[in-house]
Design a protein around this ligand. Structure first.
Ligand SMILES: [Zn+2]
Ligand SMILES: [Zn+2]
Length: 110
């Protein structure tokens, strides 16, 4: 069996999504299953769409709300905290929003 992308190379496995044979270089392991690089891209982008917001376990000062938001948005938690502090002192709703977020946001799974 030869690689779908490289006819000169031997395949190491078959993509569990589209069934194409792929060589070591083109194969991607996601959740212990082998995929070709194209399917891996699709799966990764689907994961991205399904990305959920969690309270951060590692990056927390109080409940991990700011850390979770920062992770979700892909920004520095300090920026989120800073904005939150500004909202709290500027408008007084930050603390209420934090408590609400603490209650509604699920904690990050392991
Ligand atoms: Zn595939
Ligand atoms: Zn290949």
């Amino acid at each position: 069996m030869k690689c779908y992308y490289h006819p000169d190379r031997d395949a190491v496995g078959v993509c569990s999504r589209c069934g194409r044979a792929v060589c070591a270089e083109d194969s991607v392991i996601i959740d212990q299953k082998l995929y070709c690089k194209e399917c891996a891209e699709t799966i990764k982008s689907n994961d991205f769409k399904q990305k959920r917001i969690y309270r951060s376990k590692k990056d927390r000062i109080l409940c991990g709300v700011c850390g979770g938001i920062a992770k979700y948005l892909g920004i520095d938690p300090t920026i989120v905290r800073l904005l939150w502090v500004i909202i709290t002192f500027g408008y007084g709703i930050g603390i209420v929003a934090y408590i609400v977020a603490c209650i509604v946001m699920p904690i990050e799974p392991d």
